[in-house]
Design a protein around this ligand. Structure first.
Ligand code: AMP
Length: 427
């Protein structure tokens, strides 16, 4: 069967890498893809939100299954459009993707179904929002309701900061995504991500991962899209995973079914592990980036039947296997990221780096030109490795990083430090 993957990041490179290994996969295409994806799939210059062009391409190439990577086409209804055209795909409908596309929608669903999350209020007027801020005090969290490319969350240390955030969001800083705000209680604890496949009715838990959002070592500096990740996440004990499924993921899937908007795809729960147990921070309606990269490296079975079962409604008959290994990914970014950075700088040494034991290099923001690779984005490479322990996976990943010749790039040197500290305590 011919397959089309939609997207152009490290997540999509990892998905293509895993799908290409499937005996069910005929010709593999990726739209638009990137410089690394071109090695495992044919890249086609289509925009993920140009639905007409995507449908025409699917017809021309006789594609049997489409895997939608990023949130934007999901929230805009690509899965619905493909359904209307009779084309099977992996990813939720626009209505179901509201779990990611509207924070207020998700908070209301949690309130209605008793799903543990931070106390909150939702407002479209500044006076109401500021009233709740005055009542709850700081620290407090202010969020734009809609998709704001990861920038719509403000952790306010003071009431004044929170009030300013309200004025900025409702004043139009995030456009339509900020027509409404959510004001919520600040949660304390350790964060983890939990992933589960859903077919509308059944849920198959995948695994947990942790990422590092801050740009510099020791979790310093501004927030980014993620500078590295690892899986499993030691904080997520088997007991906690059972609680997350029972208290958070399963009630959500039931609630969505009840609302007539069954969730099909991967549900990515951002969690805070508080002293009172796991609480939901947010949902995403797709794989995390770079968490997907470590999940695909750990998976010890064919990914394609799992993705197809989400669409077919047959997840209850599916099973999966994990390698008994840790996977860890280090993000290499262009100097200056998450602020301004230079583009079109050449990256060398990728073949040597990729030959290190247990290492795969996924491209997140590159282009290939005449056999050479150039950086085109902020986050550029995901140097990913497996190992018996987090420490071993980390050592392998950094050995590969050190063989990459890219003077304009940088990375954190401490990805996985929390898990490694926990491993040391166990010895
Ligand atoms: P979100 O986009 O909702 O995942 O928020 C981005 C980041 O903000 C999260 O990964 C957390 O680090 C932080 N955050 C969001 N909501 C809260 C909260 N209620 N309490 C503490 N931290 C939060």
């Amino acid at each position: 069967m011919n397959i089309l993957v939609i997207g152009s990041g490290g997540r999509e490179h990892a998905l293509c890498w895993a799908i290409a290994k499937s005996p069910l996969c005929g010709k593999l295409y990726c739209a638009p893809g990137n410089g690394g994806i071109g090695r495992v799939a044919e890249c086609v210059p289509l925009s993920p939100v140009d639905f007409d062009a995507i449908i025409a391409f699917i017809r021309e190439k006789e594609i049997g299954f489409v895997v939608i990577g990023p949130e934007d086409p999901l929230v805009k209804g690509l899965a619905d459009r493909l359904d209307e055209e009779g084309i099977a795909s992996f990813g939720p409908s626009a209505k179901a993707a509201q779990l990611e596309g509207s924070k207020g929608f998700t908070k209301d669903l949690c309130a209605e179904w008793d799903i543990p999350t931070a106390a909150y209020g939702r407002f479209s007027d500044a006076a109401g929002a500021k009233g709740l801020i005055a009542k709850m005090g700081a620290p407090i969290v202010v969020k734009a309701d809609g998709l704001a490319a990861g920038k719509g969350v403000i952790i306010a240390e003071t009431v004044e900061h929170a009030n300013n955030a309200i004025d900025e969001i409702l004043g139009g800083r995030f456009g339509a995504a900020g027509a409404e705000v959510v004001v919520e209680e600040f949660l304390e604890g350790e964060e983890a991500s939990f992933f589960a496949l859903c077919d509308g009715t059944h849920v198959l838990p995948l695994a947990a991962a942790q990422d590092h959002k801050r740009v510099f070592d020791n979790d310093q500096g501004p927030n980014t899209g993620g500078m590295g990740a690892y899986s499993p996440a030691p904080v997520m004990t088997p007991g906690l995973s059972v609680r997350v499924m029972r208290e958070i993921v399963e009630p959500t899937v039931r609630a969505m079914q009840d609302k007539g908007m069954p969730f099909k795809g991967v549900l990515y729960a951002g969690l805070m592990i508080t002293k009172d147990g796991p609480k939901l921070i947010e949902y995403n309606a797709r794989f995390g980036d770079p968490e997907c990269q470590v999940l695909m490296m750990r998976l010890d079975c064919d990914v394609l039947p799992l993705l197809m079962a989400c669409h077919a409604g047959t997840l209850d008959k599916a099973s999966l296997r994990w390698k008994d290994e840790v996977a860890l990914t280090v993000v290499m970014a262009a100097e200056g990221y998450p602020g301004d950075y230079k583009k079109n700088t050449e990256i060398k040494g990728l073949a040597e780096a990729g030959s290190e034991a247990g290492v795969q290099i996924f491209h997140a923001g590159t282009k290939a030109e005449g056999g050479r690779i150039f950086a085109t984005g902020g986050r550029v490479l995901n140097v990913t490795a497996t190992g018996k322990t987090t420490a071993e996976a980390q050592a392998r990943a950094y050995r590969a990083v050190d063989r990459i010749d890219w003077p304009e790039g940088f990375c954190r040197r401490d990805i996985g430090y929390r898990a490694i500290e926990r491993e040391k305590l166990k010895v």
